[in-house]
Design a protein around this ligand. Structure first.
Ligand code: FAD
Length: 484
């Protein structure tokens, strides 16, 4: 369905469910709702995945931190979801990754505490990878590991993903089952029988029996459209990441302890190194959040505690964590999901993790009264047939593996148009493995509207350094003077 047809459908159909917000939570709800036969509309004021869901740490993880907070149930549930995502839902997008936990003589943790924690975590994960490893093995996994004052290292397993693409694949799955999915479509009013949506200069009255508010950091804005007197229900915490050169020869990520309750990460990701994150209360409007030089400096300084010779900064980005309201430091706040119903029946979904999006989506549908649900994991587009992709033309091994990772078994379809137009095999941007064929695929099959939608969320073009930063910092990790 093209965009004009989608806008017509948005106005014409009576929907069972309108999902407001196309981050991972809204996209996951739309995917699950269409799989259960509901007629769904999904709208986002920006691009799908343009907010928190492309600004995460990209981890599909049980959360070692939650164990420390005594939340064993949350860790067990997250591990189970990780297994579903890795094995069934998106094996191409969710990859197992070892994590090295270095323990320095001057670090915040007693080694025995960490080793016991890692053992319990690995037992909950049903993983064999755990426990203490030698310095030589640690260096083989992470060649840039700082060994000065290194007491010992523990190893455990989690997984990484491409959060933007995971979200887009959920949107595509819903759209392929008949959902009307529109980005750059803003909900401006909530009524008992639907909502008003402003899209491409038109105000469309959408009729829907049920509405889900999955607007993440904007949750209270939407609640106030339904009930102007609605009290604030969430707080926001800003988390910044930077992407630096390096990581290509790393076999593990590094979990860097910063305090008794906080860790930061250095994660080999899409051929680069992802460093972060920060955790600071954000009291303004979500749209006003910015990456500051101070954020970047802090991330580089914290990473330098465990990593030698950090490469040049290529990009930075931020995400806003939604924390159910309440007192206390943001690093201690529990990341659980809270469901609330407004006076006209709109269901607001606050908080949660990328890792558990599938379960959150099912729980949201349960809250809406959808019964007899199939809670078993379902493959996303491209997730089946990974072992026997029939490439229509010759491609080098790194390009094939990049495309397989992003598109799964649909990778062959992405490049097929290049049989007629070989220029589609040219690089999308210099210095990255993405091809021009991906631009065409993104616009025709993945609802991309603007160049940024293609570069930033459907491919990895932005990692070349253009369009990559949410601020204008010139801080360079390779320049120690800039960090002091
Ligand atoms: C720094 C950071 C690191 C994280 N790391 C991890 C991690 O490693 N692993 C993990 O499991 N989780 C992680 N999380 C959590 C995870 O990223 C979030 O829980 C998840 O992305 C939230 O998705 P969402 O759909 O609720 O919100 P969002 O992705 O923010 O989506 C909300 C959408 O609503 C849209 N919207 C707002 N108002 C309107 C309107 N009026 N009309 C239409 N649309 C509207 C917005 O444009 C936006 O796209 C992290 C979070 C942060 C901030």
């Amino acid at each position: 369905m093209d965009r004009i047809a989608a806008i017509e459908q948005l106005a014409a159909r009576q929907f069972d469910l309108l999902v407001v917000g196309g981050g991972i939570i809204g996209a996951g709800i739309a995917e699950a709702a269409t799989a259960h036969g509901l007629d769904v509309a999904l709208v986002d004021r920006g691009d799908f995945a343009s907010a928190t869901s492309s600004g995460s740490s990209k981890l599909i993880h049980g959360g070692l931190r939650y164990l420390q907070m005594g939340d064993i149930g949350l860790v067990r549930e997250a591990h189970q979801e990780r297994r579903y995502l890795m094995n069934v839902v998106a094996p191409h997008l969710v990859e197992r990754l070892p994590f090295l936990f270095p323990l320095y003589a001057d670090g915040p943790h007693r080694p025995i505490v960490v080793r016991t924690g890692v053992l319990l975590y690995s037992t909950l994960a049903r993983a064999r990878l755990n426990g203490r490893i030698s310095e030589q093995r640690a260096l083989r996994l992470v060649p840039q590991l700082r060994t000065e004052r290194l007491h010992s290292s523990a190893l455990y397993a989690d997984a990484r993903t491409n959060d933007g693409r995971l979200t887009i694949e959920n949107v595509v799955a819903a759209a392929e089952r008949g959902a009307v999915a529109l980005n750059y479509a803003t909900v401006t009013a909530i009524r008992p029988d639907g909502a008003d949506v402003h899209v491409d200069g038109h105000d469309v009255a959408v009729r829907a029996s049920m509405i889900v508010n999955a607007t993440g950091p904007w949750l209270d804005h939407l609640r106030r459209l339904e009930d102007p007197a609605a009290a604030p229900s969430i707080r926001l915490s800003k988390g910044v990441h930077v992407v630096v050169d390096g990581g290509g020869d790393w076999g593990a990520a590094v979990t860097i302890p910063q305090s008794k309750v906080r860790v930061s990460f250095a994660i080999p990701w899409e051929g680069m190194l992802l460093l972060g994150t920060t955790d600071t209360l954000h009291e303004g409007e979500p749209d006003d959040a910015r990456v500051t030089d101070e954020d970047v400096r802090m991330i580089l300084d914290e990473a330098a505690g465990a990593i030698d010779g950090i490469g040049a900064v290529r990009a930075s980005f931020l995400g806003l964590r939604v924390l159910p309201g309440g007192p206390g430091a943001t690093a201690n706040a529990r990341r659980e999901t809270v469901y609330t119903r407004g006076p006209t029946g709109m269901l607001s979904v606050a908080g949660g993790k990328l890792t558990t999006y599938r379960r959150i989506a099912l729980d949201a549908l349960d809250q809406l009264g959808v019964r007899n649900m199939n809670r078993a994991p379902r493959p996303l587009p491209g997730a089946v047939g990974l072992a026997r992709v029939d490439w229509p033309l010759e491609l080098d091994a790194p390009t094939r593996s990049h495309l397989l990772h992003l598109y799964g078994s649909r990778a062959a379809d992405v490049v097929r148009p290049a049989l007629d137009d070989p220029s589609l095999l040219e690089p999308l941007v210099p210095g990255r493995p993405d091809l021009r064929a991906q631009d065409e695929w993104a616009r025709t099959r993945e609802l991309a509207v603007r160049d940024e939608d293609v570069i930033r969320r459907r491919t990895t073009g932005w990692l070349a350094g253009s369009l990559g930063s949410d601020h204008g910092s010139k801080i360079d990790a390779a320049d120690p003077a800039a960090r002091s």
